[in-house]
Each structure stands twice: as C-alpha cells, then as structure tokens.
Design a protein. Structure first.
Length: 402
C-alpha cells in the first residue's frame, strides 16, 4: 500500500503540472499571439530639431590691466563696478626706490650738459686760433673730439633720464579706456610681477550694454549649427525669462575636456537694462530646423533586433521578407539629400513581415521625419515581446503530445 502511494503521488503531481501547462498554453495562446508585438501607423507631426548647450557671459571689449613694473601695491583707487574714465588713476606701485633713479639721472644729465657747454666753448676758441695758424691741427682736432664726446654723453644721459622717468611713471596705473571695473584682482600690499604669467590688477569692460554669450557645442552637434540660427537662453537668476539671440560666429578651435571635444559658438546679446553680468551661466536651446505636418516615426523602432523579427514570424507562421543589400544600395542612391540617413524598419503585411528602407530628415531625438519610403498607411512594427522560456517549453511539450 505504501509503495502504491509512493508511485501515485508523483503521477498526480505530474498530472497537475500537465493540466496547468495545457491551460497555460492552449487557453492563453490566442492572447499570447496578439500580445507578441505592437504596431502603429506613421504620424503627422511638427518636428523641431534643437541643440542644447551651456556657456557663460562675457562683456564685450574686455581689457585686462597689468603693470609694466614689478613691486608692491601701494594704493588702489578703483573698486568693482566702478565707472572710470580714460587716463584716470587706478593704482600706485611701490618699486622699492621711490623716484631716486629719476633724480640721479636728472643730475647726471645736467652734468653732461655742463660738460658739453664747456667743450663747445673750448672748441670755438680753438677753431679761431687754428684758422689764424696759432695752434696745431692736432690741438684743434682734440677740441673737436672732446666736444663730440660730451655731446654723446648728453644724449646718453638724456636717454637714461627718460627711461627712469618712464619707469617711475609706470608705477602709476591709469585706465587705458573708459569703462566699468568688472573685477579687481589685487589688494594693497600684494606683490605683483611682470614675469609670465603677469599680474592682472583690474579687468575693465568698455560696454556692458552688449554681452557675448560663449556656448560650448558638442562635436556631435556642431555639424548642424549655422550662423544666423536663433537661440533661446535662460539664466539661473531669471528662470522664467527667455532671452533671444542669433549665432554670430562659430570657432574652429576645439575645446577638449575629460576626453570630450566641443566647439565655441558666439551669440551677441543686448543688455540695455543691465540685468546680466559677466560670468553668468547660460542655458541655451538653439533651433536648428523645423518641419510642420510631416510624416514621422518614433526613434525606438530602429532598435528592434532582426532575430526578434525572425522569431515573431516563426511564431505567427508568417513569411520573413528581409531586404537585400542590393535593394538597400539602390534606395540609398536615390536619396533626395546626400546627408540624409537611410534606416530600415519592419512593417506588418498579410501573412508576412517585411523589411523596408526609409529616408530620414530631421529629428527631435524622439521622432524622425520620413522623407521617402512610407505612404502613411503602413502598419509599422514598434515593439516585439521577448521570448518567454516557460511558454516555449509548453509549446514544445504540447506540440509533440504527452
């Protein structure tokens, strides 16, 4: 009796499992087939192709003011945001010797001038004596030489005095242009140098009513960027206010950061109300192109795997119509624009699934414009359910019989 129970129990469990499997496979088979895939028709949409970028504001006509002499900052006369006039005194530099070089070279110049005056007078007397044959030619020529030497000494002393005066005057830093101080970089008592990199005392903007927006455009998007395209810009301090501008220039010099490459685009922005300040972070959306009421398909359909399509056709007992390489090449040769990409998609036909090529236009990352290849009434395969291992097991089990 006990042995009989041991035999019947596994058989009963097997029967239950078989019954569950039978129900799972046959009673759900119709729903299972319908849920294996989804389709949709192409849509008519308006597509805006945009480029998102970030950057910063920079005042136009920005000038960095340094010093031609090294020393210690003695006095500062201008502060941040202060308006200054051309020639206005901004700072004084202590070079450690006041104007002693100016005074010393001045006295040296006066001595040279006195020596020259005396040598010239001697020469004039010697010249008269030589003309009357009262002195030798050698005496006359020595007087001429002494006058020329003292004359050269005057010019050399004058040059040294000029150099010392210029150096002393350079201790007084004046504004080279009229504008606004946008940054003071030093403090009183701070040491400055003329060696590379030289110390920058002030940064002056000649005009804050017009700003330059420096945008960094990723290399993957730079090919679509054109001068004249419109950009909408926002700033963190004005999150609900949109500023408009146009691309004025695109630089060719690459910006390399952490393995990525970007290029700089410039937008000129009016700032008459002085709402914007240099250095602010800019978030920009650039309108590259816009198409209204065009035929579109979602971008995710291009990721459907060929093996999944083959699995679906086998499950549905449909024909698998794959596009040949010759047909694809022929289609590519007939594209309306050489830069337009060509992709293939799968459409549901009566008792078959067919691969067809389409020519694409612009996209907004979600939807792609279809330039050629669709009429608008095709049932496009948009998704295919991955095979379920349990369903495949019961399908094989009951298709062979118990």
């Amino acid at each position: 009796m006990t042995s009989t129970k041991r035999i019947l129990l596994p058989l009963a469990l097997l029967g239950i499992a078989a019954g569950v499997g039978y129900w799972y496979f046959f009673y759900r088979s119709s729903n299972r087939l319908e849920s294996l895939y989804t389709t949709q028709l192409p849509q008519q949409r308006t597509i805006k192709q945009i480029i998102d970028a970030t950057g910063s504001l920079e005042a136009q006509g920005t000038i960095s003011i340094g010093s031609l002499v090294s020393g210690i900052v003695l006095k500062l006369y201008a502060e941040d945001n202060q308006n200054v006039k051309q020639g206005e005194l901004l700072a004084e530099i202590d070079i450690g010797k006041s104007d002693t070089d100016v005074q010393a070279t001045l006295y040296a110049l006066k001595e040279a001038e006195a020596a020259y005056t005396y040598a010239r007078a001697v020469f004039e007397r010697q010249k008269q004596l030589f003309e009357k044959n009262n002195i030798s030619r050698d005496a006359y020529e020595r007087a001429d030489r002494d006058m020329l030497v003292t004359q050269n000494s005057v010019e050399r002393a004058r040059a040294l005095h000029k150099k010392a005066t210029i150096e002393w005057n350079n201790t007084r830093i004046v504004a080279p242009v009229s504008g606004t101080i946008i940054k003071k970089n030093v403090s009183v008592g701070e040491a400055i140098t003329t060696f590379a990199p030289p110390t920058i005392l002030y940064t002056i903007a000649t005009d804050l009513t017009t700003m330059d927006v420096n945008l960094e455009i990723d290399e993957g998007s730079i090919g679509a960027l054109r001068i004249g395209q419109t950009a909408e810009m926002t700033f963190d301090t004005y999150p609900h206010k949109v500023f408009l501008g146009k691309i004025q220039d695109i630089y060719n010099s690459p910006i390399k950061k952490q393995g990525s490459v970007a290029y700089e685009a410039i937008i000129t922005l009016e700032n008459k109300k002085l709402l914007l300040r240099p250095g602010m972070t800019v978030n920009a959306t650039i309108l590259v192109d816009e198409r209204s009421n065009v035929l579109c398909v979602p971008g995710y359909i291009f990721s459907i795997k060929r093996d999944l399509v083959r699995y679906l056709t086998n499950t549905l007992k449909y024909s698998f119509q794959e596009l040949s390489s010759e047909e694809l090449d022929t289609f590519k040769q007939q594209t309306s624009h050489q830069e337009n990409p060509v992709k293939t998609i799968w459409i549901l036909m009566p008792n078959s699934i067919k691969e067809i090529p389409i020519e694409l236009g612009i996209n907004d990352d979600a939807y792609f414009e279809v330039v050629r290849g669709l009429q608008g009434n095709e049932h496009i395969i948009t998704d295919i359910k991955e095979p379920d291992s349990m369903e495949e097991f019961y399908a094989q089990l009951f298709s062979r019989g118990l």
